[in-house]
Write a protein of this length. Sequence first.
Length: 190
Amino acid sequence: MKRISELLDAAAGDALPVVRGIDDSRLGDPTPCAEYDVHALVSHLSQVVVNFTALAARQEAEFGETPDAVIGEWRDRFGERTAALVEAWARPGAQDGTAGSMGFPARTVGHMVLGDLTVHAWDLARATGQEFLPDADVVAELAPAMAAMAPKAREAKMFGEPFPVPEGASPFARVLALTGRDPDWRPDRG
């Protein structure tokens, strides 16, 4: 079983080129997350990374606010933040015990940020016309983890209803569908 930090390192490596590839002219474009345009989703994802870095260190996280992350050298800052996330989850004991005020197992908390980083990188890639193929080990870890989280995530309105996918859909398409996303979403359909 891979450590969460190794999986996050791979997921960050997949997400960073997507974020760096976002042209400023696309910041107002829609994303597969109907409540977010590209600008808002970059800010949301950046805050998720900051919050889950804190949770790895057993510090409090601020989930109520999403500061604007698309200012200054925001692409570089996203890279710095994902590097700090990986480092925080690589520390001894980070994936042991519980993390966060709800007392979830630390590995489950790691799965949450792994899912956000991977799925939102896909959202941003789709919204901005970029290719995105997540690491196979990340997808293999996410598939059962997201399936286990899905019922509670739907109750909390973090996931939509499962999107129907055909037999033979890829493992990542199934992960996306679990969250309520159409794996074939394109901006012209959004």
